[in-house]
Each structure stands twice: as C-alpha cells, then as structure tokens.
Design a protein around this ligand. Structure first.
Ligand SMILES: [Zn+2]
Ligand SMILES: [Zn+2]
Length: 605
C-alpha cells in the first residue's frame, strides 16, 4: 500500500557484513578491518558494530567512550598505514555458534554476539572469523590476501549512527573512509567530494536566492520568487509528461480523519510518521500520501471495464513527521509535494501501464541529461500473500521490463512486504547515485477499500493500482538538480533566463522593451537597472549563473537588436531582437541542455 519508508531493514544475516565480491569491494571491506584494528589499538575497550564496503568506500561503527575528533581520525589513519606497511596476512578461522558466542562474549563484543545469536540456523552452522595480526573479526569474507594489498586510502569523517538504524538502540560512531586501486582514482574521488561541498544545495539555494530555511518551521523550505520559478518549470514539465500519458489531475484534502487511515493501514503501520491532530470530536491526520484520498474519488461512482485505466496525477502537499534538527536541507523535509501518479487498471492492463510508466520516466528525465537505471525489487522474507501471488506480480513487472527492452538488475528481497516494485536510479554529474522514482504495483489497497469495476460479463472485478512518482518530491529533486547542475541550470529551468544589462541610463527604456518582448514570449527576463558599472552587472549575472546576458547600447537600440553573451563565454553582436526571442524560446520549449557545457561541470573549466 505504498508506504514508502526509509527504515533500514537489518537482518542478522545482512549484518554479517561483507557480501563483497568485486575486487574493489573486497579491498574496501578489508580496509574496514584494518581501520577497526587501529581503533581498538587507540580505544582498547571499543565495541564493534558492522563494517561493510559501500559505494566509493567503507565504514565501520564503533561504541566508544568519547566523541571522535579530527585528530583521532589522523591517529587512526597513521596506525592503518603501519599495518599496511607490515603487510599482515588475513587468515580465516571457523567456529560453531556456541563457541563463537563464547569467544565474542569474552572479548566484550556485545553487538557481534547479538548478530551471531540472531543468525538463521543455515547461516550459523559455521561462523567464520578473519584475523590479521592480533585483530580478529566476525566476518563472512572474502578479503584481500594481506594488508599490504590495500590501495591508497583516506579516512573522511565520522558521524553518529544508531545500532541497526534503530533510534531506540545505542548511538554509535561511524567512521567513513575511502580506498581505491590507484592514487589517481583516489584524487578524483576527493575532488568530487570537494566539488560536492561547493555544490551543496543549501549554499547554492542561498547564493542564488532560491529558498531558505527558518527555525520557525524546521525542515520545511520557504520558496523565494526565483526558487518558485524553478519549481514551476519543473511542474510544467511534469504536467506535460503526464498529459502525454493520458493522466488527469485531481487534488485532495490535507486533513483527513483517522478512519480513512485505518482502512488504508497507515494508522497501524505509518502513524509514527504522521502529524495527528485533534479536530473537535475527531482525530485526524495530515496526509503523508495521496493514494487513500484518490481511492475515495474513484469510489464516488461505478466504473465499467471500458473506462479503465483511470490515471490520476496529484500535486497536493504532503506532511511527514520527520525528525527535525537533521541538517539535510531539502533531502528530508516535513512538508513536500510529489509528482504523484496513481493508475487504476484491469489486470490485463497492468503490463501496458508499467510500460507506460517506464516510458514516462525516461521522457521526464531526458532534459536533465541523466540516464535512469532500473532495479526490480522482489519478495522479502516476511511478506503478505501466497507464492502464486508473488510469482504473478513479479512476473508482470519483469515482463514489462523485458518487453520494453529495459536493462535492469535485481534487488532480491528488496520489495515492500505487500508487493514488488521497480526502483529507478540515476547518476548525477559527480557520479553520485540517487533514487527518487519508484513504480509500485499494488493489490492490497484495492482489496482494503473493496474497489471494483463492472466487467464485460456483467460481474464485478477488482482493479489493480500502480503508484509512481518520477521526480519523487519536488523538494528533493530540486536539491539533487541544483547540485547536479552546480546551480547553472539549463535555460528551460533557470529562474532568470535572460538578464538585460543597459550600458548607460539612456538605454533603460530600450532595455525594458527587450524585457517586455521576452516576457510576452513566455520567457523569464529581468533588467539590471542598478546604477552599477556594466562590468559589475555582468559579473553579478555570471555569478547568478544566468544563461544569457543581453548587453544593450546605442547600436543595439538603433538597430532594434541585442548582443547576447552566454554564461559559457560565447558572445554575438547585433542579433535582431525578434530573432533572438524566437531562438531562446525554441531552445526553452525544446528543453535543450543549453547553454552547454554547464559551468562548473567536470571538465568544463
Ligand atoms: Zn570482513
Ligand atoms: Zn500511492
């Protein structure tokens, strides 16, 4: 029922780290062992959590007597280097479960004891440990042959992390590090991290006057005029994509009584994430999702099989009771809008509708210059429904992926407990991977709400529901795209597409005429009429990453022309105004990645 939760599911078997099969992953996980050994040298009583390889590096969680400082990380790194220089071999040993528990208890490693206790029997017949020097760790392996095999590495930072992602369990300290095969790769990765800091959407949001955050409403952005212009551009595009897919738009209320959430299951499963309000004689909740309300719209009249599929788009405001204080800017907000889509369809239409969703995903991502990749998340261990149901539902998603020639990978066991889904990822300009979109196939809500349609034979049948959002939330997508483009948005997205810069005050009137022509053509243009020097205005517009600057002087005015200068450096003289307006409009309407390359992009400067 489309309860999208970020909760970390950490089964004991998954906590038995590793799963590292790529050579680089093996090296990364081995580096985590070396780091843990170094931490134990510095803090002899430290308790160990888990230490997996992750994308671009590794981490390890520690329970330590005090908070780590940057000087600690240097000392840990120093000791790691000594271990690498000593080229100590990794050796595997095996124990049965009781012996492993006894060994770890003697060592005072409570978290590891917990992992071994909870291992399913088939994983616990042989519990393996890897040792190098005097440090041994519960581990599935594999590892590099010896510590000397580690490539160039660096410890990055430390952060708090709850044991097993559970806020009711102890807060551990997680140290992140990165290791690569060659120095060049490490340097490139460290450059990417530096670049990511410069591109931080909270900083760019301030510098470009897009949005702000205020303690009076924590974890909820305040959108400024320029930010709203960007939002509208995103929204217009999403609406255009939905219209091409045969969607119609609905809007449903924010404040909804508890009874609806009880029927949908949110009351039982999602209440902790909802703002619950006392509404006179009733208990109500602010909606965290749109689906139950749209179902009420569907149920207002009877439907025949001929009417299906019915496709609703919904851009209303959602509320989620996220913890505040996390400095994650727009990545985690309490008030958000999704480009939400719900399709009510017959069973024989499900595959076509998934295909349509995949097509719309590709279409909507194209003008951002990112390539979506797809992952099919299959049945988890704990699930509702029979194996036949899962075979059928997974089969439909798989068939749609195959039929549309979409390459995909499998996320085995990654589905929600009630149905499989397709998760959609993309890499940004810095090579970071993001997941915003998900296509979810749902037979649960139709059943809970007793949905039906009249079939061809006159009987009643139950429709399926497909849930998807492509941007995900506008807030998060704006943050990702601000960092992806380093604030240098293509013209179709840019809050100000053209900044008109009069050379002298006598050109103000003509500058206003140029702006009006652009505005009349639907473009976003402003005149910089401050009494600054032209060079200063050009510099400011460049810093604001405005795609086109139009310097207007005597010659332009006489000829009814403009002299455009692009953010990327190209410039032209005396382009007839009408010609320029038509050209800009053409590029904006085609949603071209222009001007290109985006400034600040890798290799662009
Ligand atoms: Zn290991
Ligand atoms: Zn939904």
């Amino acid at each position: 029922m489309a309860i999208e939760s970020d909760e970390v599911r950490t089964k004991a078997a998954e906590l038995l780290d590793a799963g590292a099969h790529e050579p680089l992953d093996t090296m990364r996980h081995s580096a985590a062992h070396v780091m843990a050994a170094a931490v134990l040298e510095l803090f002899p009583g430290a308790k160990l959590g888990i230490g997996p390889a992750i994308r671009d590096g590794f981490y390890y969680d520690f329970d330590l007597p005090r908070a780590l400082t940057p000087a600690d990380l240097e000392a840990i790194e120093e000791r790691m280097r000594a271990q690498v220089a000593a080229d100590l071999p990794f050796e595997r040993t095996e124990l049965d479960r009781p012996a492993a528990i006894e060994h770890l208890t003697t060592e005072g490693q409570d978290y590891k004891v917990e992992i071994v206790r909870e291992l399913p029997d088939e994983d616990a017949r042989v519990v393996s440990f890897y040792r190098h020097d005097s440090f041994s760790d519960l581990c599935r392996g594999p590892h590099v042959a010896s510590t000397g095999r580690l490539g160039p590495f660096k410890l990055l930072n430390s952060a708090g992390a709850y044991w097993r992602g559970d806020e009711k369990r102890p807060m551990l300290q997680r140290i992140y590090g990165t290791v690569w095969e060659i120095q060049e790769d490490l340097d490139r990765y460290l450059w990417r991290l530096e670049e990511a800091k410069k591109r931080d959407h909270r900083k760019l949001g301030r510098d470009l006057d897009l949005f702000s955050f205020h303690p009076e409403s924590p974890a909820a952005p305040f959108w400024h005029p320029r930010g709203m212009a960007l939002w509208r551009a995103l929204e217009d595009w999403s609406r255009e994509v939905r219209a091409s897919g045969g969607f119609s738009e609905v809007r449903t209320p924010s404040l909804v009584r508890k009874e609806l959430w009880e029927t949908s299951g949110h009351w039982e499963l999602y209440q902790d994430n909802m703002f619950v309000l006392d509404d006179h004689d009733h208990v109500s909740g602010l909606k965290p999702m749109n689906c139950p309300q749209e179902i009420l719209v569907y149920k207002t009249r009877s439907h025949s099989y001929r009417e299906l599929p019915i496709r609703y788009a919904d851009y209303s405001v959602l509320f989620r009771k996220e913890l505040t204080g996390a400095l994650s800017g727009m990545f985690r907000v309490r008030q958000l809008v999704q480009d939400d889509s719900h399709v009510f369809c017959r069973d024989d239409q499900v595959i076509d509708e998934i295909n349509l969703a995949l097509k719309l995903v590709r279409m909507q991502f194209a003008p951002f210059g990112v390539e979506p990749t797809f992952k099919l998340a299959t049945r988890p261990e704990k699930r509702l429904g029979s194996d036949e149901f899962w075979d059928m539902a997974e089969g439909k998603l798989q068939t749609a992926l195959d039929e549309s020639g979409t390459p995909y990978s499998l996320d085995v066991g990654g589905a929600a407990f009630y149905a499989p889904k397709i998760d959609i990822f993309f890499e940004d300009a810095l090579g970071r991977e993001w997941q915003n979109a998900t296509v979810q196939l749902d037979y649960q809500l139709p059943q809970r709400f007793d949905l039906e349609y009249r079939a061809a034979d006159g009987g009643f049948e139950r429709p399926a529901i497909l849930h998807y959002a492509i941007y995900g939330s506008f807030e998060r997508f704006t943050a990702v795209m601000t960092e992806h483009f380093a604030g240098a948005f293509p013209a179709w997205l840019a809050p100000v597409q053209a900044m008109i810069i009069p050379i002298a005050d006598r050109h103000l009137e003509y500058a206003a005429r140029v702006r009006d022509e652009l505005t009349a053509a639907g473009m976003r243009a402003e005149v910089d009429d401050r009494s600054e020097r032209m060079q200063a205005k050009l510099r400011d517009a460049q810093e604001q990453k405005v795609p086109v600057m139009l310097v207007v002087g005597d010659r332009d005015e006489e000829a009814g022309a403009v002299s455009p200068r692009l953010r990327t450096g190209e410039s032209m003289q005396g382009v007839p105004l009408g010609e320029f307006v038509a050209e800009l409009r053409r590029r904006v309407e085609a949603r071209e990645l222009w001007p290109y390359p985006q400034s600040g992009e890798a290799g662009a400067d």
